[in-house]
Design a binder for this molecule. Structure first.
Ligand SMILES: [Ca+2]
Ligand SMILES: [Ca+2]
Ligand SMILES: [Ca+2]
Length: 310
């Protein structure tokens, strides 16, 4: 595992973060690797007691450098996303999650980290990571490590403890090589009392390498009132689709995702982002957008979700 200091991008202009080859180094969730190049100052806005922090870097192939968005001091990560500046099949998600900085605790509560693979030959592309931060006593629940054989797909998930609801989530993280993520979304445990997808986070991943890879999901869980608006969407063939789910009025988005009905290795998610609609503030707290590239000749249906805090 690589151990670097973790520093908020833009806070020390004299320091150029070390460029790092491709892959996130993980040990559980105590992740302190940081290698994004050309970091720019983070921007932030607030609504509903939540801070929305965004940070952008330019990433060149063949490396895939993670980009972090740090939570403000005194707040904890509740959700986040990562999105790219390229077009169809130029970038795809290999991992995003909250991270633990070098602080007093060992909780992965200090911000969000996202990594997109740059699939172009030589084009530098923007990567923007967003952290959604609050002041609740959040639980970071880690699912089992799941082995994904070479050339195969698998589902991985993590479940919230009792009395909590999934308030944001993370997709699995590749420890080596190329994967694609076709599902990353909240889900409903059939065994609980409701039919609300408030019980955990699930992802389906395809392993495009010739060796097996280990995958893991973490879900961030909170007490409080959350809603999970959803809608059925079509992921059109041979192009990029953007799907959006709005939160109710006076609610604030903390996450969201997309659930394909099956493990489809031809679909690659590559963008998770909250949006500002025409409300009274300028915070991106109103809707969740997922971007997916479908390389299959047929279109696919999926369920898109937002996770909304009231
Ligand atoms: Ca921490
Ligand atoms: Ca449920
Ligand atoms: Ca707004």
């Amino acid at each position: 595992m690589t151990h670097d200091h973790l520093q908020a991008p833009g806070t020390d202009k004299a320091t150029t973060p070390t460029r790092r080859r491709g892959i996130l180094a993980l040990a559980g969730l105590a992740l302190v690797a940081f290698g994004a190049q050309s970091p720019m100052p983070a921007s932030a806005s607030s609504a509903g007691g939540l801070d929305y922090v965004s940070n952008k870097a330019i990433d060149s192939p063949p490396d895939s450098d993670p980009v972090i968005a740090p939570c403000p001091a005194g707040t904890q990560a509740l959700g986040g996303g990562v999105s790219g500046g390229g077009g169809f099949n130029t970038q795809s998600l290999i991992g995003m999650q909250s991270f633990d900085a070098v602080d007093a605790d060992s909780l992965p509560d200090d911000g969000w980290l996202g990594t997109l693979v740059n699939r172009t030959a030589s084009t530098a592309l923007a990567v923007r990571t967003q952290a959604i931060c609050g002041t609740g006593q959040y639980q970071y629940s880690v699912g089992p490590v799941t082995n994904v054989p070479a050339g195969a797909s698998a589902q991985v998930s993590a479940v919230c403890p009792g009395g909590h609801v999934a308030s944001g989530g993370v997709s699995p993280v590749a420890t080596v090589g190329k994967i694609s993520v076709a599902t990353s979304s909240p889900f409903d445990r059939r065994s609980d009392v409701n039919h609300v997808p408030d019980d955990g986070w699930i992802a389906s991943v395809a392993n495009h390498e010739t060796v097996a890879q280990e995958m893991q999901v973490t879900v961030i869980c909170a007490k409080g009132r959350f809603s999970y608006p959803q809608r059925e969407v079509t992921i059109s063939s041979a192009q990029r689709s953007r799907v959006k789910v709005n939160c109710p009025r006076r609610a604030h988005v903390t996450g969201g995702g997309l659930n394909l009905a099956s493990n489809l290795s031809t679909i690659a998610l590559n963008g998770f982002k909250s949006l500002d609609l025409s409300d009274s503030d300028r915070a991106p707290d109103d809707a969740w957008r997922v971007t997916a590239d479908n390389s299959d000749p047929g279109s696919r249906t999926a369920t898109a979700y937002a996770v909304c805090k009231r």
